[in-house]
Design a protein around this ligand. Structure first.
Ligand code: 7RM
Length: 650
């Protein structure tokens, strides 16, 4: 996919201007309005961000907008603010009080609506439960939940009392939970008996049990929401039922006055080494970022029904299902399950039924919809849609056009939003009423974002020259650190170019200054929108007793963007069999989780290495893609290895 994208800006002539009708109503309704505000936001960031931040409610005003001692930023210095108050209390006593905050649909078709008032009540009660379990300001809480309103309630409850949440995606394994508990030193886990996925039950509580069975580490309590009613084991004095705990407390819980820089959450994401990075986000700056981007990019209105299909286990679920939309007083739809359950048209059924107006999903999902066929779409009335969004990986122009025509009926602008766990909020994206779109381009930077493409020396490159994507100024929702590892924070993002944020993506700009993101330049794969470090998969493989060495690379995949291909050498006297291949796949699933399941395992006699012993991933990528070996192989230690790297079908 990405290789097609590299050229697409050179051949892509199609430009889609926002319709007059859309622009007239939009907050930013013209290119000149965008440019004017963007320039102000870059030249006078204090002024721009102070105006945006003033739309939120602060318990104490800030004294200074920004303090930047690279690579450490502080935003809204000395300001006191509470995220849950801004997402909930702020709308009470207004016309939004009885408006739906969350519309929820379970995979089995159950429906729940929580108004702002109801959500506020549930959040206050659960915050009191956390307090009863001695959770204090600054303590970490792991949330390992299915997509149910209680996941959002748990997050907002943490935010209310100043506990730092760390949501662990339900597709991660017991070992992944264990690692995150140990890294974050969390005191409580919030989970559920199980969750539904494509009709079957995922045993979340069982995974938590496995994670802490030998050693609970710092965990004092496990609070279990009852979702599936399947039997689970409950350990006396450690495990508590959600419904029993909330029955014991009242709904009176004032929002804590938190410093603007107080850590709101840690979210683990893959990097170039085996250990995931705990990306740390702040309270005030993060919220201002999520609020402002949601307001301008999704152009949220009170009458919208907004649906972001991301799981809360990913940053998109944090910023654009919960915090951004609720801070704007919007109605956010949450769907528990799979897009093809019970049939391939589940998403379109939901859009039709709830009259969804804004739909935000990932290119990998779009490519599946294309494959399943238009008839699943055309039998539904999608005329309520007015705006579409894409996130997670580059969207190929063909998928963009299909999204535009078949889902958007040719009338909805598409916002292709580039950002990362680290950036907290959208960085490069069209403003739907202002910026003409081109299929495959995330277009132009958001307010306050000083994005550029530079060469290896940090020098900005000219139009249509590829390079590294960097951000040259701090922004409110930027990560503040890697939890417990300041050295890695400096090294990973700020060491290549001094004082400049290195995104880890390759990109170019066209003659109109539009950004075309190519993909990661580090050893991170993007599999169906999930970030997976090749070294994480490699360490999982070598942790298996028969594996001597492993190298993992990505192969372009029509649906998932990239597929995980593993080259494995076995210890002496171990025979490569299909059974072993399956065992190794299962082993990786067990160690990391289903999201990292290898697509292909190839047994090799040896791996191609340079004389200094570095695995030549470039060659392996070519072998994995079935392409001819091209380029320089002069540093290859043993050329005969290349011919021996068979395919998995051997
Ligand atoms: C939000 C999210 C981040 C990585 C990022 C890119 C890729 C995300 C786009 C994109 C091209 C996009 N956070 N990426 N959005 N590439 N166009 N619109 O995805 O931390 O999980 O991943 O995803 O490579 O660095 S993430």
């Amino acid at each position: 996919m990405s290789s097609k994208n590299i050229e697409s800006h050179l051949v892509e002539k199609r430009v889609f201007k926002p319709s007059k009708q859309f622009s007239k109503k939009a907050r930013i309704g013209s290119m000149s309005a965008y440019k004017k505000l963007w320039e102000e936001s870059i030249k006078r960031p204090d002024k721009f961000w102070a105006r945006e931040a003033a739309e939120l409610c602060w318990q104490e005003p800030w004294k200074k907008v920004l303090e930047w001692k690279a690579p450490f930023a502080k935003w809204f210095i000395k300001g006191k603010i509470n995220v849950s108050e801004n997402c909930l209390d702020r709308h009470l006593g207004t016309a939004r009080q009885n408006k739906a905050a969350l519309l929820w649909e379970g995979e089995l078709g159950e429906k729940r609506t929580l108004t702002y008032q109801q959500l506020h009540r549930e959040v206050c009660r659960f915050a009191n439960v956390l307090k009863e379990h001695s959770v204090k300001k600054g303590d970490r809480v792991i949330i390992y939940m299915p997509m149910v309103p209680e996941a959002a309630i748990a997050m907002l409850a943490c935010a209310r009392i100043g506990a730092t949440h760390s949501v662990v995606f339900g597709g991660f394994s017991a070992e992944a939970i264990r690692d995150r508990i140990s890294d974050s030193q969390a005191v409580v886990v919030v989970t559920a008996d199980g969750g539904y996925r494509r009709g079957s039950v995922v045993g979340l509580k069982k995974n938590v049990d496995d994670a802490i069975k030998d050693d609970a580490q710092t965990i004092r309590s496990v609070i279990v929401f009852q979702r599936t009613n399947q039997p689970v084991s409950m350990t006396e004095g450690r495990d508590y039922w959600w419904h029993q705990e909330v029955a014991k407390v009242n709904a009176d819980c004032p929002p804590a006055a938190l410093d603007s820089e107080h850590p709101l959450f840690i979210l683990y994401t893959s990097g170039s080494t085996g250990k995931p990075k705990g990306i740390l986000h702040s309270t005030g700056g993060y919220l201002v970022g999520a609020y402002t981007t949601s307001k301008y990019i999704f152009d949220l209105r009170d009458e919208d029904v907004y649906w972001c299909t991301a799981d809360i286990g990913w940053v998109t679920g944090h910023s654009y299902m919960i915090y951004g939309p609720l801070a704007n007083g919007a109605t956010s739809l949450m769907y528990e399950g799979a897009p093809n359950f019970p049939e391939n048209d589940r998403f379109w059924k939901i859009i039709e039924e709830y009259r969804v107006t804004i739909f935000y999903t990932a290119p990998t999902a779009i490519r599946s919809f294309i494959k399943w066929g238009d008839h699943w779409v055309t039998k539904h009335d999608l005329s309520s849609l007015r705006l579409l969004g894409s996130v997670g990986e580059p969207i190929n122009p063909e998928a963009w056009m299909w999204y535009h025509n078949t889902i958007g009926g040719g009338r909805c602008p598409i916002v292709d939003t580039w950002w990362q766990t680290e950036t907290g909020g959208i960085m490069i994206s069209p403003l739907p009423g202002a910026i003409p779109t081109k299929p495959g381009s995330a277009t132009l930077p958001f307010f306050g974002v000083d994005a550029a493409i530079v060469d290896d020396n940090g020098k900005e490159v000219g139009p249509n020259v590829g390079g590294k994507l960097v951000i040259r100024k701090p922004w409110p929702s930027m990560l503040r650190n890697i939890h417990g590892d300041t050295a890695r924070y400096k090294e990973a993002y700020w060491s290549e170019f001094k004082g400049v944020y290195l995104a880890g993506d390759g990109a170019r700009r066209d003659k109109d200054g539009y950004f075309w993101i190519v993909g990661r330049i580090d050893d991170v794969l993007n599999v169906a929108g999930h970030r997976i470090g090749t070294s994480e998969v490699e360490s999982a493989l070598v942790s298996h007793p028969v594996v001597a060495e492993a190298a993992v690379v990505g192969r372009p995949d029509e649906l998932k963007g990239q597929a995980v291909v593993c080259f494995v050498t076995l210890k002496e006297d171990v025979t490569a069999t299909d059974q072993l291949r399956d065992d190794l796949k299962k082993h990786v699933r067990h160690v990391i989780g289903p999201v990292a399941t290898p697509d292909d395992i190839r047994f090799a006699e040896a791996l191609p290495k340079t004389r200094s012993g570095k695995i030549m991933r470039r060659l392996l990528k070519q072998v994995a893609s079935g392409g001819a070996i091209t380029g320089d192989t002069t540093t290859l230690e043993d050329l005969s290895i290349l011919s021996k790297l068979g395919s998995s079908e051997d």
